[in-house]
Write a protein that binds this ligand. Structure first.
Ligand code: UD1
Ligand code: CA
Length: 476
């Protein structure tokens, strides 16, 4: 166990390389803004507090978890400037972990290791490094003849590093532990004497060493921890790694993910053991899946709850609750505030909005149900539709338990159908139906006998068929 520490996350950069109108700190990775990944990692590692440096637009306002707070860097004058902006609010009594807000793969475990290495070395600064096959864009680690870390050289702009330095494949991960007092003492000495004219935090390393400080390095064997996100390509790559890690955690916890490479699960999603997630499925925004549920293929579930033993196939489910043992799809659309009771069914080509479907009730085929309460065990025949909107406002349909709606029933809301009632196929129900009644609301059928024969005879006489209307004469 490492001792107490506090953390600082640098997330005030402009992120110009993203070419996005959205602040870089808010680019999303598996349902969490980029800059919040290191914040959560630091908290999970046991940080007593996390201070986040953000830009003057304050993009992280209201998004920080408990234990984190923000400070504004007025001008984006470099990572050194970001630390300067936070200096007044640092806890000088605790080792300070500094993380880049654009490096989401630095885990709680790595942070704990870094803290331990720092304490063990009695260092002024400890730097996390790793070797990359393609180190371009990263700060390179320069070691002295004894192998100790001497300084970090930047490579962003031509002129920052020389040819020999560019050959070095050991890079700075952008994760450090500092003795905060020593760090604050060298901050005023940082100068923008580089190709970018920025204040580089990495220059603090050489300055600390010049002043007799001890610099330690923790070289990670996992090259992925250093990966930073500066452009869209890196965003996509790092996102894929984060997703693979999330899927791996669920697999280890007993979730059957049939094809992890085709399954997208947000970081805040909960899935019980023995659930099966079939390919093409996206579980997003805090969705929860119960044990033995079968979800997918091709399901998108957003901020929804899928109960135990439920089966959801080819569906879009948003802010909805699916009860235990319920069945959804294939080809269903459950919109916000839909609640499917236990063992209920929303079948094929069915759209449901703001409605409760009672336990064991069924909406099996080709239906739109909006603003309705459907009682337990009710069965709505194919193409049952609620006419819930009169062009001005929405109205509710209430269908009692055990109701049987014939195919192609239209409920014109507001309307109430009593328990155990029936509707005839093709009925347009505009009035309440008492419990146990049969409501038939359609034109009566008329059979015109001998019609076909007479039609044929008229055609033989050269007369138009009986059903042909005379041409409409314009009324002048
Ligand atoms: C930085 C390191 C580099 C390291 C790499 C790891 C410096 C000078 N270089 O380079 O050695 O290999 O990270 O990913 O530190 N930021 C601010 N305010 C600013 C500028 C940046 O808060 O004025 C934040 C950014 O939002 C970002 C982080 O600091 O989250 C790193 O800045 P960035 O410009 O991306 O540095 P790199 O060029 O990636
Ligand atoms: Ca970066």
């Amino acid at each position: 166990m490492s001792g107490p520490f506090s953390a600082l996350v640098l997330a005030a950069g402009e992120g110009t390389r993203m070419r996005s109108s959205r602040p870089k700190a808010l680019q999303e990775i598996c349902g969490r803004p980029l800059a919040l990944w290191p914040v959560h990692a630091a908290l999970a590692a046991g940080a007593s507090g996390v201070l986040v440096v953000q830009s003057p637009a304050r993009p992280l306002e209201g998004l920080l978890p408990a234990g984190a707070s923000a400070v504004v860097q007025e001008r984006p004058d470099g990572t050194g400037g970001a630390v300067r902006a936070a200096a007044g609010q640092l806890d000088l009594a605790l080792p300070l972990v500094v993380l880049c807000g654009d490096a989401p793969l630095v885990s709680a475990a790595v942070i704990a290791e870094l803290i331990a290495a720092h304490a063990q070395a009695g260092a002024s600064a400890t730097v996390l490094t790793a070797e990359l096959d393609d180190p371009s864009g990263y700060g390179r680690v320069i070691r002295d003849s004894s192998g100790a870390l001497a300084r970090i050289v930047e490579t962003k702009q031509p002129g920052d590093a020389d040819v020999a330095e560019l050959e070095i494949r050991e890079v700075n991960a952008g994760a450090y532990v500092f003795d905060p007092e020593a760090l604050c003492a060298v901050l005023p000495a940082l100068a923008g004497a580089n190709a970018q004219g920025e204040l580089y935090l990495t220059d603090a390393i050489a300055l600390l060493r010049e002043r007799g400080g001890r610099i330690a390095a923790l070289r990670s064997t996992d090259w992925q921890v250093v990966l930073g996100v500066n452009d869209r390509l890196q965003l996509a790559r790092v996102r894929a790694i984060c997703q693979a890690q999330i899927n791996e955690q669920h697999l280890r916890a007993g979730v059957d993910i049939v094809d992890p490479s085709a399954t997208y699960i947000d970081v805040d999603v909960e899935i019980a053991a023995d659930a099966t997630i079939a390919p093409g499925t996206r579980l997003l925004a805090g969705t929860r899946v119960g044990e033995r549920a079968q979800v997918g293929p091709q399901v998108t579930a957003i901020a929804s709850e899928i109960g135990p033993d439920a089966r959801v196939r080819m569906a879009w489910v948003e802010n909805a609750r699916i009860g235990a043992g319920a069945q959804v799809g294939p080809f269903a659309y459950l919109r916000p505030q839909t609640v499917l009771g236990e063992r209920a069914k929303a079948g094929t080509f069915v759209e449901i909005k703001a409605s409760e479907i009672g336990a064991d009730a069924k909406v099996p085929h080709l239906s739109y149900i909006g603003d309705a309460t459907i009682g337990e065990r009710a069965n709505l025949g194919a193409a049952t539709v609620t006419a819930n909107y009169d062009g001005f406002s929405k109205h509710r349909t209430t269908v009692g338990p055990d109701v049987r709606a014939g195919v192609d029933t239209t409920f014109v809301a507001p309307v109430e159908v009593g328990a155990g009632a029936f509707t005839g196929a093709g009925s347009v129900i505009t009035h309440d139906v008492p419990p146990g009644a049969l409501a038939v609301a359609r034109a009566r059928q008329q059979n015109i006998t001998g019609y076909a024969k007479r039609r044929k005879e008229r055609a033989a006489d050269g007369a138009p068929p009986a059903h042909t209307r005379p041409p409409i004469t314009p009324d002048l």
